[in-house]
Design a protein around this ligand. Structure first.
Ligand code: AGP
Length: 614
């Protein structure tokens, strides 16, 4: 959470920093700010509550001639979102400025002791301790590097920090401890940027270096020095970035979310890509680390994730059980990390995190590493922290997703998990060749099916016009579509702020049925699959209580005709793959309802794309 940026070079820093902050806003957007050093090494700090556009307007009033600065877009943890709590923060002398991402676990203790020494804190944030600590550690020689190293060693928790000082007007100092989101250094021509994530640096540089935990970087326009947290010099590899501006633009679409929904046929094709040879129906995962014997020995799979990634885990549980025939459980990472589990080397943990930065998922993966389960992680950012922990990373290949509500990353996670279950089934001989062929040939049709589904948005607009004023929704599904009911409800909550619950339909009679009346739209996921008869019973029960039904049913079938007034039709595919196409109505219903309500679809309130704190 939070986006941080730094620039040093020959160009006008305020413009570069604000342009870059705009591209990091998906990480947090309750307030924003920059600290600039001008050509006389004078420090200027400008902050605004709200979005970067407010900051830009404020900055226009001051023409700071600056070629170095740091910036921040905030997702509040300590202290409400306002100008004072916005970053950058400074020390008592107003000569040092910092931006921070993470949580300082011992901030209260540090603050108390610094206040006793006479330091005056202005904000309620944990972050402000950093600038005062640096000030406190500065000795008579003003050795800021030493002071930063001492600070990095003093604060507890996962933290990423950028520092500038008027005594060093050509340098940005950074450090990273633990996993509070990444930090990427981009090497341009006589200019350098440092950022929480790639979108902010794409226009400026294509050679990048990832700062790891317990590392420090000292950045000037022509060079970067890397050190470990003890101040010993280290060398680091630079890699080339293969992304362009187009991949982070909305193009013709009104919102990133809408664009990303439309990206799905291509993203899914990329996720399948060279992993499947449709000539001989074989699946290959490049450099898969486990032998066939190890795969045969797996006695349990545990799938973990949060939010939408958790819903992908829930769908995949059924695939791993039925296709791979391995007992499989699912857990929310934030619960899993606190369990007392008996695990061994025949257990496989599969974690899913599109960002690779989710604090709970990282902690869950770390916690059980000493017990030696095998670990695979699925990520849309395969150099992120989750990949440092897992034995193997599978890139879900969705392409950059900017909208805070996950769409294409969900679909690509599902597609990749399905392939993984088939791949392991082949190694374990748990699927006949004929079944494998049939499953792969159904999968091959999906990008085309999804593409056709995107052409038919009128039905969602009609539903949205009719229902956007309702305050509560219930989503019901069974089997593979129960997680999709959860996902539909999550999408609606996230972007339209309508209260929605997803339930397994069988659970309805055990409580939620009490809520049903004409004011409660019930979205019933009722495709023609092996659960149809059971779902029909649930649908009739809702109808008998005058519930307002929106049915999502299979097209060209007549089982639903007179049972619901509002029906959204989806194409027929195999039962296994239905949850993948079911995600399209879940996305569009929430998108068009949020559009009618004029919500901030790409940056819903209180949310951030990467949840890097617990
Ligand atoms: C989904 O729309 C949300 N953005 C959220 O639930 C998300 O899926 C969750 O925070 C997990 O993120 P991750 O996949 O990056 O770990």
């Amino acid at each position: 959470m939070c986006g941080i940026i730094g620039y040093v070079g020959n160009n006008y820093a305020p413009e570069i920093l604000t342009n870059s902050l705009k591209k990091l806003e998906y990480r947090g957007y309750d307030s924003t700010g920059v600290a600039l050093l001008d050509t006389n090494a004078k420090l200027t700090i400008q902050k605004s509550s709200g979005t970067v556009n407010n900051l830009k307007k404020n900055l226009e009033k001051y023409d700071v001639d600056s070629k170095i600065g740091i910036g921040h877009t905030r997702w509040a943890t300590h202290g409400e979102p306002n100008n004072i709590n916005a970053h950058p923060h400074t020390d008592c002398t107003k000569k040092i400025s910092i931006v921070h991402n993470g949580i300082i676990e011992n901030h209260q203790e540090i603050r108390n002791s610094l206040e006793k020494l006479g330091h005056k804190f202005l904000s309620q944030t944990d972050s402000e301790c950093i600038s005062h600590l640096i000030e406190n550690y500065l000795d008579n020689n003003d050795d800021i590097e030493k002071a930063i190293i001492k600070t990095a060693n003093k604060i507890k928790g996962a933290n990423v920090v950028l520092v500038i000082s008027n005594k060093h007007p050509n340098k940005i100092f950074c450090f990273r401890i633990g996993s509070a989101g990444g930090l990427i250094i981009a090497h341009g021509n006589d200019e350098m940027l440092v950022s929480s994530d790639i979108p902010a640096i794409i226009p400026y540089a294509s050679n990048i270096t990832y700062l790891s935990s317990n590392e420090i970087a000292i950045i000037s326009s022509k060079k970067v020095e890397y050190k470990n947290i003890d101040g010993i010099s280290i060398s680091k590899k630079t890699t080339t970035l293969e992304l362009n501006e187009e991949s982070i633009s909305k193009g013709e679409f009104k919102h990133f979310m809408l664009k990303e929904i439309h990206d799905q046929p291509q993203s899914m094709t990329d996720a399948i890509g060279s992993r499947v040879s449709f000539i001989d129906n074989k699946i290959k995962f490049e450099k898969f680390p486990f032998t066939d014997d190890e795969i045969k020995q797996f006695s349990k799979i545990i799938l973990i994730g949060m939010g939408t990634s958790l819903h992908a885990c829930m769908v995949a549980k059924s695939w791993f059980e039925s296709i791979t025939k391995i007992p499989t459980e699912v857990d929310n990472s934030s619960e899993f990390r606190y369990r007392d589990l008996i695990l061994n080397e025949n257990h496989l943990i599969i974690s899913i995190s599109q960002s690779g930065e989710t604090a709970d998922t990282i902690a869950a993966m770390e916690k059980f590493r000493p017990l030696n389960p095998k670990q695979i992680t699925l990520s849309n950012s395969p150099k992120a922290q989750t990949s440092q922990i897992a034995d193997y990373t599978i890139d879900i290949r969705a392409g950059i997703e900017i909208g805070v509500a996950s769409t294409k990353t969900f679909m690509c996670s599902l597609t990749t998990l399905y392939l993984l279950s088939l791949f392991m089934a082949e190694k374990r001989n748990s699927l006949t060749k004929a079944k494998m062929n049939a499953k792969l040939s159904e999968l091959a049709k999906l990008p085309g099916i999804i593409s056709n589904m995107l052409d038919n948005q009128k039905q969602y607009k009609i539903i949205a016009n009719k229902y956007y004023n309702y305050s509560n929704f219930l989503y019901l599904g069974r089997g593979l579509n129960y997680p999709l009911a959860m996902e539909g409800a999550l999408k609606l909550k996230e972007i339209s702020y309508i209260h929605a619950e997803g339930y397994p339909a069988g659970e309805m009679k055990h409580g939620p049925i009490a809520l049903i009346d004409q004011n409660m739209p019930v979205v019933i996921l009722i495709p023609k699959d092996k659960m149809l008869d059971k779902m029909l019973i649930n649908l009739n029960e809702v109808k008998a209580r005058k519930g307002t039904i929106i049915a999502i049913a299979t097209e060209n079938e007549n089982y639903i005709n007179n049972l619901a007034k509002d029906i959204i039709f989806i194409p027929k595919t195999s039962d296994d793959l239905t949850p993948i196409i079911m995600s399209i109505p879940m996305q569009f219903i929430s998108y068009y309802i949020a559009l009618n309500k004029e919500c901030n679809i790409d940056m819903p309130r209180n949310l951030a794309k990467s949840v890097t704190v617990e």
